[in-house]
Design a protein around this ligand. Sequence first.
Ligand code: BGC
Length: 373
Amino acid sequence: MKKILLTTTALVVAGAFALTGCSSERGGDTGSGSGDEAAKGFEAGSTIGVALPDKTSENWVLAGKLFTDGLEEAGYKADVQYAPASNTVAEQQNQIQAMVQNGAKVIIIGAKDGKQLATQVQAAKDAGAYVIAYDRLIENTEAVDYYVAFDNFKVGQLQGQALLDGLEERAGHEAPYNIELFSGSPDDANSAVFFDGAMDVLQPKIDDGTLNVVSGQTEIAQTATEGWLAENAQNRMDTLLTGSYSGDTVLDGVLSPNDTLARAIITSVQQAGKPVPVVTGQDSEVESVKSIMEGVQYSTINKDTSLLVEQAIKMVGQLQKGDEVDVNDTESYDNGVKVVDSYLLEPLIVTKENAADAYKNVPSLLEIVESYQ
Ligand code: BGC
């Protein structure tokens, strides 16, 4: 698998640069494929295609609604499609092809499998449309113009740090702590970046003996959760508990890459009659926010979907007018054939302690938090 990060250091440096607001604005005159057409703009009121993957977490469901409303409000015709849960890759390929044929001027793609869209995004480019990778990178093609996402490496680092903090707070004993590691779906480019970010924090603590991965499963391939499916994480946790935590061996913590998987991992441990370990998450899903407030799941990440959709729609507006497109990172996301100009937003760690503050701009979640206070 081609690593999408140039180097960890490059990303951290670029991320720090990006997030301190030193934005480097670039138009489309780079000759890199995002290119020559960018200065041209296109007709206001054009069709914008949005191809989203299956609904594996609440953020995807919300994104579809926000894109439909936001694009129409901005005067475009929105063509928002989800790939169904079965045969997702082929369906998403067909949907993108249809958007091209229907004359969409920009196609925003939350990829199901970012390695399998090269033909379709090339067809979009050939037809004169722009392609924006949304949340997940599209790999091995020149034909992706921009990437808009939360800083995925930072997400991983925050998860790793939350796991360490949670262990100190809740394990009830000194180190060493027994932990297990989970990662996301191998067909999602984000999964490796989340895991690399987390291991950037956790590996030194594994090396110095603070953390003990009892199963010994520390390679990403061993920790993967195919399709980001809850049942796959639950089955793996069941197997780990049987194989490595029989008798008195206590599981102190689990790195979980998102909330859906965190809840599945917690269910597995509860069904085995064991105490709930410190479990991380991501996405601020309603059930996980409740679980955090109840003191069960330890942490999640606030990646406010409305901000990400807003940024993507802003890019569409800049492309439409032929303006320069705002990017704040031109180094981190190598898709295998080019480094994709990116706009990265800053993720926020959420625990019970800071939840009210973390969701101060997300009324639906703030309401849940306040109902526990
Ligand atoms: C997203 C996460 C999400 C996961 C599963 C990732 O690409 O960045 O926010 O939890 O997909 O849907």
